[in-house]
Design a protein around this ligand. Structure first.
Ligand code: COS
Length: 383
C-alpha cells in the first residue's frame, strides 16, 4: 500500500482527500479485462470506460458549462491512482478527458450538450487527432487541410499516433484552414464523428504497452459548419491550451507507475534473502530505495504544484506543466528500472508487475510532447 501522506500537502482541499479515498476503493475493486489482440483490447477499453462512467468517475474529464474549469488536481489524483493500479485503466480514463478537452475548453453550448454528457456517462469515446506523419513535435507542420465548401468544410489529410483510433465515436481534428498560412497560424479544430463519409481508420499501431492506437485518414470528408470548434485560426491555441491541462496529468500517471514500482520493490527487498539476510538490510539496496523514494516525492511535488497553480489561477502554466511532465516521466523511468533491478531475473519475466511497468512507462516520455520538447518549452519561458 503506497504512502498516502502526500494528501496532507497544502495543494489539496478536503474534497480532494475524499475523492482520493473513492479512487482507491474503485481501483482496488475493478477487474481489468484480459486482452490479447486488437478486438479484446478494444473491448477491454470500452468495459473500463463504461465502468468509470457508471461509478461517476468521469465527471472531472469534462467541463459542462462554458467558462467552467477543469479540476486539474482531481484529474491528477485520478491518474496517479489509476496508473498505480493498471496502465490501461489510466489510459481509458485519461482519453475521456484529452479527447474531449478541446470541446470542454472551447466548445459552444450546443457542442458541449451534444458531446460531453455521453463522454461523462462512459457511453461515448473521444479522440484527440493532432499528430501527423510529418508533424509530431512540430505542430506547426500540420499538412491536413480543411476548406470551406458551401455551408460546411471538407477535410483532407492523414493523422497518426491517434489514441482510441478505431474505438472513438468522435475525433477532434486539427487542420489548416488558411491558404498560405504557415506554422502555428491558420490552424482550426473540428469535431468529426466516426462514420462520416471520407473518414477512415487506415491502420492500427501495435505498441509495447498495448492500447488502441492508429492512423486515420480524411479524403474529401465533409463536415457541417457546426463541427468547427472555436473560431477559424484558433486551432494552435486550442491544442496548446488542452495540452497545458493534460501534460500535468501525464506526469501524474508516471507518478502512479513509479509509486507502484516503489511498493513492489519494498515488498521484494523485505522478503528476498541473499547471502543469509534480506536484501533490505544491504546498504546498496537502501541507497537505491532512498533514491526511488526521493524521486517519487519530487515528482509528486512538481505534479501537484502544477495542478494546484492551474486550479488557482487563469494564468498559463505552460512552464509548470512542462516541468511536471518532464521530471515525473523521466524519474518514473529510473524508479521502475531500479525496481526491475531489485527483482533480478523475475523482473524481466513477461507479465510480472515490474515488467509491465517497464513497458508502460516508456511512451509517457514521448507522447503529449517529448522530454526534449518540454525542455524547449521550459527554456523558452526563461531566456
Ligand atoms: N496556450 C495558449 N497559446 C499558446 C500556448 C499555450 N500553451 N503556447 C503557445 N501559444 C501561442 C503563442 O503565444 C503564439 O501566439 P502568437 O503567435 O499570437 O504570439 C502561438 O501560439 C505560437 O507559439 P510558438 O511560437 O511557441 O509555436 P511553435 O510552433 O514554435 O511551437 C511548441 C511551440 C514546440 C512548444 C509546440 O509546437 C509544442 O508544444 N509541440 C509539441 C506538441 C505535442 O505535444 N505533440 C504531441 C502530440 S499530442 S499526443
Amino acid at each position: 500500500m503506497s504512502d498516502k501522506s502526500f494528501l496532507d500537502w497544502p495543494f489539496f482541499e478536503e474534497h480532494h482527500r475524499r475523492h482520493a479515498a473513492e479512487l482507491e476503493a474503485f481501483a482496488s475493486r475493478i477487474a481489468v479485462p484480459e486482452h490479447h489482440d486488437d478486438a479484446s483490447l478494444d473491448a477491454a477499453c470500452r468495459t473500463l470506460v463504461r465502468a468509470l462512467g457508471e461509478a461517476g468517475l468521469l465527471s472531472q474529464c469534462c467541463v459542462p458549462e462554458p467558462g467552467g474549469r477543469f479540476d486539474v488536481r482531481g484529474l491528477a489524483l485520478s491518474r496517479d491512482a489509476f496508473a498505480r493500479r493498471d496502465g490501461l485503466l489510466d489510459f481509458a480514463f485519461a482519453m475521456q478527458g484529452l479527447g474531449s478537452g478541446p470541446i470542454s475548453l472551447f466548445g459552444s453550448a450546443e457542442q458541449r450538450k451534444r458531446y460531453l454528457p455521453p463522454v461523462v456517462r462512459g457511453e461515448k469515446i473521444p479522440a484527440f487527432a493532432l499528430s501527423e506523419p510529418q508533424a509530431g513535435s512540430d505542430v506547426g507542420a500540420i499538412a491536413t487541410r480543411a476548406r470551406r465548401d458551401g455551408s460546411g468544410w471538407v477535410i483532407d489529410g492523414t493523422k497518426t499516433w491517434i489514441s482510441n483510433a478505431g474505438i472513438a465515436d468522435h475525433y477532434v481534428v486539427f487542420a489548416r484552414t488558411e491558404e498560405g498560412a504557415r506554422g502555428a497560424k491558420g490552424l482550426s479544430a473540428f469535431v468529426v464523428e466516426a462514420g462520416t463519409p471520407g473518414f477512415e481508420v487506415t491502420a492500427r499501431i501495435p505498441v509495447i504497452a498495448p492500447h488502441p492506437l492508429g492512423t486515420i485518414s480524411f479524403q474529401g470528408c465533409r463536415v457541417p459548419e457546426s463541427a468547427l470548434l472555436g473560431a477559424p485560426g484558433e486551432g494552435f491555441k486550442i491544442a496548446m491550451a488542452t495540452l497545458d491541462v493534460f501534460r500535468t496529468t501525464v506526469g501524474a500517471a508516471a507518478l502512479g507507475l513509479a509509486r507502484r514500482a516503489l511498493d513492489e520493490a519494498l515488498a521484494r527487498v523485505r522478503s528476498r534473502e541473499v547471502f543469509g539476510k534480506p536484501l533490505a538490510e544491504y546498504q546498496l539496496t537502501q541507497a537505491r530505495i532512498a533514491d526511488m523514494a526521493v524521486a517519487v516525492d519530487a515528482a509528486a511535488l512538481l505534479v501537484y504544484r502544477a495542478a494546484w497553480r492551474k486550479d488557482a489561477s487563469d494564468a498559463r502554466i505552460t512552464r509548470e506543466a512542462a516541468m511536471a511532465k518532464l521530471y515525473a516521466t523521466e524519474a518514473a523511468q529510473q524508479v521502475i528500472d531500479s525496481a526491475v533491478q531489485l527483482f533480478g531475473g523475475t523482473g524481466v519475466v513477461s507479465g510480472t508487475p515490474v515488467e509491465r511497468l517497464y513497458r508502460e512507462i516508456r511512451a509517457l516520455r514521448i507522447y503529449e510532447g517529448t522530454s526534449e520538447i518540454q525542455k524547449l518549452v521550459i527554456a523558452r519561458t526563461l531566456v
